[in-house]
Design a protein around this ligand. Structure first.
Ligand code: ATP
Ligand code: MG
Length: 346
């Protein structure tokens, strides 16, 4: 790990997607701001189902996707912060099944207190990831403010009939996840200066992996619904799909993949405060969670994996597609008819 005299993570309380406003408060803000009427028929996806990005149809076979994502530093190294933030922002285009085309940067920097050279490193990291995703960082907007913040607004394209949202899952669909959980735990270990170098590398490996498989899955109607797992944790984003699709979900706790080494940190009670915030938001919709399992279910991910619903009869096709794309995945549960609880942990 590169050492910097300035520790970016000391500049703010939350970090990465963990600094997202709590789901209940976001709902309160959005609902009391007046309706998002969305009367333009070309706005195919707005914010009514809590999807990853907005989608606007421009012609019979073309729709544009736009998303914006930014947060406070999740790591101390500015290049890594830029890379993680960019990978996280682009992910929302992949999660809709789309192909990213270009991005603009959003930068807030306390220029009197943290050298502008470090801000340049953040941008350098973002460009590195944009290049990997095959897109240009076209421009951006920068302000001088108290907190360092960085993110991207990303544009993408998709065929209007290929969009993947939170509402297409069907009873019996198998649920797959493409990255192990625990990014929030590792980010907290880093912030508390308890992380070991090898675990920092695990944090980078996991968060920097692009969710580009989403663009490929967008072409296949066998994939019924898709989102990415970020600040609300696996549980929160699973609830978004289940509720969006009018279903419930069953999760097999033993099948949840965890990033190597995170159990040791959990045993030392090293995990983000926002894990409990997520749990408080979702526990009444959930049954069967025992003891510390809530940490795995509610850990806020930054640049987490894709959560995918696939019909059981297409399981073989899905597995061979993922293998031929060298994409790892874990099957973690299934969708069932709507019940009293949105998610049951079995
Ligand atoms: N300030 C806002 N104004 C209008 N809608 C908002 C605002 N903030 C969030 N939303 C909407 O709330 C929903 C959930 O937003 P959220 O940021 O959690 O999604 P996301 O972009 O998928 O998150 P992530 O990038 O962490 O995956 C989305 O439909 C989003 O458009
Ligand atoms: Mg998302």
């Amino acid at each position: 790990m590169e050492t910097n005299p300035i520790k970016l993570t000391e500049w703010s309380e939350g970090s990465g997607c963990g600094c997202k406003i709590a789901p209940a408060i976001l709902d309160q803000i959005l609902s009391s701001s007046g309706s998002f009427s969305q009367i333009d028929p070309n706005l195919l996806v707005g914010n009514s189902q809590k999807d990853d990005a907005a989608v606007y149809q421009v012609s019979e076979d073309l729709a544009v996707i736009n998303t914006v994502d930014f947060f406070t530093p999740i790591v101390d190294d500015p290049f890594d912060f830029g890379r993680i933030s960019a990978a996280n922002a682009i992910s929302d285009i992949y999660a809709m099944g789309g192909k990213p085309i270009f991005a603009n940067a959003i930068l807030s920097w306390p220029v009197e207190k943290i050298s502008p050279e470090l801000a340049a490193k953040v941008l350098e990291g973002a460009k590195h990831i944009c290049k990997q995703a095959g897109i240009e960082l076209a421009g951006g907007h920068s302000i001088a403010a108290k907190d360092p913040i960085f993110g991207l607004s990303v544009n993408g394209v998709i065929h209007p009939r290929k969009i993947k949202t939170n509402k297409g899952a069907k009873v019996g669909d198998h649920i797959f996840l493409t990255k192990p959980l625990g990014i929030g735990v590792l980010a907290t270990a880093l912030k508390r200066q308890k992380i070991q170098d090898k675990n920092y590398l695990n944090l980078l490996d996991t968060s920097l992996k692009l969710n580009s498989i989403g663009s490929i899955l967008g072409n296949h109607e066998e994939v019924h619904a898709m989102t990415d797992v970020t600040g609300f944790g696996l549980l929160g984003h699973l609830i978004e799909i289940a509720e969006g699709s009018g279903l419930s979900a069953e999760i097999e706790i033993e099948k949840l993949p965890l990033i190597e080494g995170i159990q040791d940190y959990i045993n030392q009670f090293i995990f983000p405060d926002n894990t409990y915030r997520n749990w408080n938001a979702f526990n009444t919709k959930t049954k069967g969670v025992v003891g510390m399992d809530l940490v795995k279910l509610c850990d806020p991910q930054t640049s987490g994996g894709l959560l995918i619903a696939v019909a059981p009869e297409n399981q073989a096709w899905f597995e061979s597609t993922m293998k031929s794309e060298k994409q790892v995945f874990w099957e973690i549960g299934k969708f069932v008819p709507k019940k009293e609880h949105v998610v049951a942990v079995v």
